[in-house]
Design a protein around this ligand. Structure first.
Ligand code: ZN
Length: 262
């Protein structure tokens, strides 16, 4: 089956990993150019380790509509270079070359290190972001309570990325003034709870993302994901909320522009 694309003009993909797209065999540069030509306004290329920021900046230098972030993903918790990477993150934040600290957070599904260390690492990065008045991009997998603890203590601005939890947890995040971003898994048949969460997020706090190359939405589920698929998720949220998809695209893009100061 050939790939299908749906780009709603003016939309913004707030979470994408362009490096891994190529590793999945995608023609990344062409896909990025095509998506922009079809109306994708901005894209945020999200880091998982501060070490590769230079490489990402060089690779994406020709795409002035793409913004970058940096942060240590929870998968880096056991890295021997952790302290060095945190120092590097601080210098990147000071340089002003990134629009957010992320993705950071807790992942108890993979549990790649001691939980106490993971919480320390998350907490340290949230503090760095708060200090610099930058938003955070939060990864949470099976760690709801510990993620909330850190967020309640530090009160950062930011977004819960690829929101996959219940409306109850969604309300806790909204109470912390966070934005909520939905990705392709919202379109899956079994994702009733995620769709329910998407219905309760105030329109001025809603964001969308592809998390490319992961989590392709229906009807392209199972293929490597890319930003040209963003419209399928927007369309599914619009249907849930009985909104016009162009309007929803405009609204979510406005939210992204403000949160990330694009
Ligand atoms: Zn991600």
């Amino acid at each position: 089956m050939p790939d299908q694309c749906l780009v709603i003009p003016g939309s913004i993909d707030t979470h994408c990993h362009t490096g891994p797209m190529s590793l999945k065999g995608l023609a990344t540069d062409k896909l990025l150019r095509d998506a922009h030509r079809d109306g994708l306004r901005h894209l945020i290329d999200v880091g998982i380790s501060p070490i590769d920021l230079d490489e990402r900046q060089a690779r994406l230098a020709g795409f002035n509509w793409i913004a970058l972030t940096s942060g240590l993903h929870p998968s880096e918790v056991a890295s021997p270079d952790r302290a060095k990477m945190l120092d590097l993150l601080v210098s990147q934040v000071t340089d002003g070359c990134i629009v957010a600290v992320g993705e950071i957070g807790l992942d108890y599904h993979w549990d790649t290190g001691e939980r106490a260390d993971a919480i320390d690492l998350f907490d340290a990065q949230v503090s760095i972001a708060v200090e610099a008045d930058l938003p955070v991009i939060i990864h949470n997998r099976e760690a709801d309570n510990d993620v909330l603890d850190v967020l309640r203590r530090r009160r950062p601005r930011g977004v819960m990325h690829c929101f996959s939890q219940s409306p109850e947890f969604c309300r806790y995040c909204l109470d912390l003034d966070l934005h909520i971003s939905f990705g392709g898994n919202l379109t899956f048949k079994s994702s009733d709870l995620i769709r329910e969460s998407a219905r309760i997020v105030p329109l001025d706090r809603l964001l969308v993302e592809t998390d490319s190359p992961y989590l392709s939405p229906e009807p392209v589920r199972g293929r490597p994901n890319h930003p040209g698929h963003l419209g399928f998720t927007l369309r599914a949220i619009a249907a849930q909320r009985a909104l016009d998809v162009a309007e929803l695209s405009e609204t979510t893009a406005g939210n992204a522009l403000r949160l990330f100061n694009l």
